[in-house]
Design a protein. Structure first.
Length: 622
């Protein structure tokens, strides 16, 4: 990678990867001060809090994510589900089931984060208007709602053009944050004592109950750290590391030190230390810049939710959904209308229920800490099974991180009664949905195995009846099936009702591999079975769009005769009914049926030409 490419990618990662963590100074220090501000703020408390924040950034982000976890990639891709796909083939069956459960929880927590982040970030930025003109406080909610609605509406147009501005705008934001901190560090130079981790430890152990409670707010400094890992494939490890060490970490450090020194000199500013640090004339421009930064942070987490959902579909956790590619040059830029609506509904609900960033901040943290614990546990398996480290060496790396994150998680769990139930409820509902889909799909597969007719036996029986026993019609019929060794039900229905077979019959299986992408020369495999029958297997990565028409055209070099104008695609359309003896309770049957009926049309999902598709219906029970 050239220096120019490294700088370009690093600038892009500043906007996309670090957008969320870069907006934490808006509210993190303010919320951390609240538990200790009721009876006056002592100097040691301010220094202890800033020390906690700096060392949380150091341990969680610098050591865990930037130094270690960015190396746990699946062919260059990161994220909980990418790591799950990598480990699934390397562990035993029992451990695989455990990792699948972890993957479900991690994905569900991320969706909760994707709802809370836009609401909290944009509310915290727009609330800065109160300092410009107190009378504007009544317009905070309407302005926030308008910005959020516009943000979700624009998703359908793609984020390519906006993404080009992400890096420069966020870079300016980090520079402004750093300058805001620098001009106030001299307010009280004793704040430099916060660099000593002893002050963080002393505050926790001598702060009593308040010291433990405040950890939940301190953890707000690392919200968005999961994006470091999830966006690994978009920017690469080196560019993300460079952006962190050169720009992001120094800017955050200077800002938190500056906020601490500012409060040491002006304890009354604890109500909103970030905006009050700036001169009155600069507050409005900073509010505007903060709003832009929070929109970018929200955009990044929404895009991450789209990518995570696409991975979940390909890995069998969710039904097929409509996926629109919004860029001709970059297939990674996608838009999922269904998920966009769900996120918009959830974000609007959160804004209207909690009203202020202060109230919403209490709901934040549980989803983030929970997702981090999940990732750390999976990283333990990555070291053992993929890197072949000994259990002892793996534990030496992972145990301190898990212990620290569990402390933060315990502190955040104290907020359950005060809004913390929100991310738990969102994650719980998401886990139920994913678990139901995976369980129902497994039941259908098991029933199909019991009732299947072996393909080789079917071909042999057709051959024994003679060439004239079955009418042959010109053209090619492609039958999609998940089992290449079984006769597709659509083929049997076609033969039963139309009493004919095509001259060429292709049994097509589409597989999603446990890798992000599959090289074009390994995309498909063609095998002739007999005169008139052949098997084609197409392979796609879990980050790719399965374009069957394009992939079949690429098999011509292997001898596969493909002409779209003489080819018909036969799909099985299943009507699913509830079966009390299926093994799932009635409510889960109904949920699975609802999800199946709402799934995207296979012809759209596989990008098949609509005028070449024939659907054959069948009734199955679950």
């Amino acid at each position: 990678m050239s220096t120019k490419e490294l700088l370009t990618l690093s600038l892009g990662s500043i906007g996309v990867v670090y957008g969320d963590i870069g907006t934490s100074p808006l509210y993190a220090f303010r919320e951390a001060l609240r538990p200790v501000a009721s009876d006056g703020i002592a100097d040691f408390e301010v220094i202890g809090l800033v020390s906690l924040m700096l060392w949380t950034l150091t341990v969680i982000v610098t050591i865990k994510y930037v130094s270690f976890l960015l190396r746990a990639d699946n062919n260059g891709e990161g994220g909980t589900l990418a790591l799950l796909a990598l480990l699934s083939k390397q562990v035993g069956e029992k451990r695989r089931d455990f990792l699948l459960a972890l993957g479900l929880v991690g994905a569900a927590l991320f969706l909760g984060d994707a709802m809370i982040t836009p609401a909290l970030s944009i509310l915290s930025a727009v609330e800065g208007l109160k300092l410009v003109a107190p009378d504007l406080s009544q317009f905070v909610i309407p302005i926030s709602v308008a910005i959020l609605v516009a943000l979700f509406v624009v998703q359908a147009r793609g984020t390519g053009a906006v993404a080009k501005a992400f890096g420069p705008i966020t870079l300016v934001w980090f520079i402004v944050m750093a300058l805001g901190g620098v001009i106030h560090i001299s307010d009280d130079l004793s704040i430099f004592a916060a660099i000593n981790p002893w002050h963080a430890v002393w505050f926790v152990f001598h702060g009593g109950w308040a010291g433990f409670v405040v950890l939940g707010a301190v953890f707000l400094t690392v919200t968005g750290a999961e994006a470091l890992y999830a966006d690994l494939g978009h920017f690469g490890r080196r560019s993300i590391q460079w952006a962190w060490f050169v720009v992001v970490f120094p800017a955050l450090t200077l800002n938190y030190l500056g906020q601490g020194a500012f409060i040491l000199k002006n304890p009354a500013a604890a109500s909103d230390p970030f905006f009050l640090m700036f001169p009155k004339l600069a507050v409005l421009p900073v509010v505007i810049l903060a709003t832009a930064a929070t929109i970018i942070a929200s955009q990044a987490v929404i895009t991450g939710a789209f990518s995570m959902t696409q991975q979940a579909m390909h890995l069998g956790f969710l039904p097929r959904m409509q996926v629109d590619i919004t860029s001709a040059a970059n297939t990674g830029q996608i838009y999922l209308p269904g998920i966009n609506k769900v996120l918009l509904f959830g974000v609007m609900l959160l804004v209207l229920i909690f009203q202020t960033s202060e109230s919403l901040a209490t709901a934040y943290g549980i989803s983030v800490t929970g997702a981090m614990v999940v990732t750390t546990i999976m990283f333990f398996d990555f070291l053992r099974f993929h890197k072949r480290w000994s259990t002892t060496a793996s534990l030496l790396v992972v145990l301190p991180l898990v212990a620290l994150e569990l402390v933060f998680l315990s502190s955040n769990l104290l907020k359950i009664h005060d809004g913390g139930y929100v991310p738990i409820l969102i994650a719980g509902l998401t886990v139920v949905v994913m678990w139901t889909w995976r369980r129902g799909a497994a039941i259908l597969v098991a029933k199909a195995k019991r009732d299947h007719i072996p393909l080789q036996g079917f071909i042999a029986s057709i051959s024994r009846k003679g060439a004239h026993a079955v009418n042959r019609v010109p053209g090619t019929a492609v039958f999609l099936t998940s089992r290449p060794d079984a006769t597709p039900p659509a083929l049997l229905h076609n033969l039963k009702h139309n009493h004919a077979l095509h001259e060429a019959n292709v049994i097509l299986t589409v597989r999603t591999e446990d890798v992000p992408t599959v090289p074009p020369d390994e995309r498909g495999h063609f095998e002739a079975l007999s005169d008139g029958f052949s098997i084609v297997t197409l392979r796609f990565g879990f980050m790719e769009e399965p374009n069957i028409n394009q992939a079949l055209g690429g098999l011509r070099k292997e001898g596969f005769k493909f002409d779209i104008m003489t080819t018909s695609f036969y799909l099985g359309r299943r009507k699913i009914i509830s079966d009390p003896n299926s093994g799932m309770p009635g409510w889960q049957d109904r949920l699975f049926i609802t999800m199946a009926s709402a799934a995207a049309d296979p012809s759209d999902y596989f990008e098949l030409p609509a005028n070449r598709v024939v659907e054959m219906g069948a009734q199955v029970s679950v």
